[in-house]
Design a binder for this molecule. Sequence first.
Ligand code: UD1
Length: 417
Amino acid sequence: MPIYAVRTSPSLHGEAQINTSKNAVLPIMAAALLCHSPVTLHQVPNLTDVDSMAGVLEACGAKVTRTGRDLTVQADHLCSPRDASVMHRLRASILVLGPLCARAGEAEVPLPGGCAIGQRPVDIHLRGMRALGAEANQENNLAIARGRLTGGSIYLDFPSVGATENLIMAAALAQGVTRIENAAKEPEIVDLCDFLIRCGARILGAGTGTVVVDGVSRLNGIEYTPIPDRIEAGTLACAAAITEGSILLSGARSDHLRALLFKLRETGMLVQEDARGLCLRGRAKRGVDVRTLSYPGFPTDLQAPMMTVCCKTKGQSVFLETIFENRYMHAVALSRMGADIRTEGRMAVVRGGAPLYGCTVEATDLRAGAALMLAGLMAQGETQLVDEAGHIDRGYEGLDEKLRQLGADILRSGGTR
Ligand code: UD1
């Protein structure tokens, strides 16, 4: 079990290279199941969620090989995964439902796991599969979809990222034209579609609320490098704000981080964009209000790190979490460290500026863990961050190491990747 001893750190300075995006890699790995020839992904980060997804694809009959930072998926003979424990390791395991049904004509997929930040049902995925002509249901802890897929019209009750991805993948090999309304617009959806288009898919409107997919009979494997991780970049940007540092985030895409950058500028931070990436410096002075929304709104995955920033800024910040119903677990730990935070349902009010004191806190989920590591940098004394479930390694490759290279005082013990 990883334990991080985080001590009060000086201003962080230097350059950090941003990895490729976990949330882009995972759906593209699932999409590799649609391809008749091997897919090789480059620059794949070393994350336990990637390992878990590789296990999911293997349980579906694919061959997955990893050489350095390249990952190859060969999907010749597909089957439904029987091992529920593999599927429970991550939420993104549900993303094999669409590809399996599209290619093999049926999919019986144990319901996914992932961070306990809300109920996270799969009803939108299943309703969409039904619109594509499948018989789709949830039974005995399985998501089931069967039948030959045909194009259809789909309206998503909520622009779910995962459902949009699943349905685009299913529609890519369905017969006829599919129109998905109220689709999610996240950069990872655009990246998935860019990948599929290069494999031979016909997709229009990725990144808008209406995605149109004209099904083809076959997709071929390609080599592909996914986009940089906007959440890793955003987390490190928050570290710069918390420590009054100056960090160059190499490779970060400012066009994917607009909402966060607006908010950081509002606190008083200086943000410069250039060809190498993003540079953050200055001091976060003022509290800000943050409402999480679907892209291009403020990402729910950066709500926790941003709350740590708002513990530092003077004045009041109001948070409204509209995506997940149980995503304030870090607020409890931050309060234990001395922060003045009141939560009420989906709202949290932070009265910033109170000194934080190191104590033992637990990483209750992936982004909460990152937020608490950042809080340790500004807390007096030592913060023991216990990550019993290894949440941080699921989504960040060596976050402690990256922060340490920028000058942070963090020691990791008890389990390495
Ligand atoms: C993805 C991201 C995750 C991010 C989230 C929201 C990946 C691997 N994960 O998760 O990091 O926090 O988007 O930006 O890309 N919902 C339903 N029914 C459904 C599907 C979703 O009610 O069938 C609800 C969920 O419970 C949640 C909301 O919709 O409240 C958003 O979920 P969704 O966009 O699907 O998130 P994920 O794809 O799981």
